[in-house]
Design a binder for this molecule. Structure first.
Ligand code: PMP
Length: 303
């Protein structure tokens, strides 16, 4: 395959029919988003947000891009702003993985840290206050920009239906900003109104009404209900412990050669729980957002 630049490698990632034992002889298909050039699902979002900003006339070649991020959106944005040489400032709570922070800087972005205990809300507030001090700056603000779910509605969701000949019975995905889940769920519900849609959150996230607390599963979990979930039918929210998510990460590496991140482990744990309750021979689709190579310092592989 001859390519002109890495941006051409965004999207059209493989969908794996996981070679694992699934309850009720069902199949779990996982979209392997680690195969995007920046290593995660958020390369799609970075490209989409920058293109959308230019198209709407909000971004020009002198604009400074500022975004609060747990890391993967930052990597996606840093990649997307490179061809335009846009100054890119990413606001990241300190706790997120060192590998992701190094990668953002390697791509030329500037990092601003916020205290871990202020969570993503602290990073959002800092990004907004920075933007107020920098002329011609733009905060795409993945946490409320409708372009976020639209990116997945338009790119990833149609790839799923194109790769499968049978209808999709259930869709399972984690939520951080909620963009991935909302965009894909909406598209798949339009294709099959009977589909079951299931959000995955780590213990410590608030969707199921549990108490908010820190968790080690990175990239998913919310501190507020994503605005994209308004008017969206969500059939279930499954809460997965860090231990269960990490156990699936280890299982996928050891037995199937798949190095996925902890949010992928949570997605698999939830898909298996769901499969036990669905009719036999169901088709379950889930998303594996990134690779565990960017979390090695968090020692997922050490029990
Ligand atoms: N998994 C990982 C590893 C992520 O970085 C993110 C984004 N923070 C997600 C899942 C959740 O994606 P979304 O923000 O679209 O809900």
């Amino acid at each position: 395959m001859l390519i002109q630049n890495v941006h051409q490698l965004i999207g059209h990632t493989p969908l794996i029919d996981l070679p694992i034992a699934v309850p009720n002889d069902s199949h779990i298909y996982a979209k392997l988003e680690m195969f995007n050039p920046g290593g995660s699902i958020k390369d799609r979002l970075g490209a989409y947000l920058i293109q959308d900003g230019y198209q709407r006339g909000i971004i020009n070649d002198q604009t400074t891009i500022i975004e609060p991020t747990a890391g993967n959106t930052g990597i996606g944005l840093a990649l997307a702003t490179q061809p335009h040489h846009l100054r890119t400032i990413l606001v990241v709570p300190e706790k997120f993985s060192a590998e992701k922070q190094t990668l953002m800087q390697a791509l030329g972005a500037e990092l601003v840290h916020t205290p871990s205990e202020l969570g993503i809300k602290g990073a959002i507030a800092k990004a907004e206050s920075l933007a107020a001090t920098i002329d011609n700056s733009y905060v795409p603000m993945q946490f409320k920009n409708p372009a976020n779910p639209a990116a997945y509605y338009q790119t990833l969701a149609p790839e799923l239906t194109a790769d499968l000949t049978q209808p999709i019975d259930a869709f399972v995905a984690g939520a951080g900003s909620g963009g991935t889940f909302a965009g894909i769920a909406k598209y798949l519900q339009q294709q099959n109104p009977a589909i079951q849609t299931v959000v995955v959150e780590p213990a410590g996230s608030i969707l199921n009404g549990g108490p908010a607390h820190a968790h080690r599963t990175e990239g998913i979990g919310v501190e507020f209900i994503p605005p994209f979930f308004k008017d969206l039918t969500i059939d279930q929210t499954l809460t997965i412990s860090d231990a269960d998510a990490f156990a699936q990460v280890r299982h996928l590496a050891r037995d199937h050669g798949l190095f996925v991140g902890s949010s992928s482990g949570a997605a698999l744990a939830a898909s298996l729980k769901l499969a036990a309750k669905l009719p036999a021979h169901s088709t379950i689709v889930t998303i594996f957002p990134d690779s565990s190579e960017r979390y090695l310092s968090q020692k997922i592989y050490e029990k």
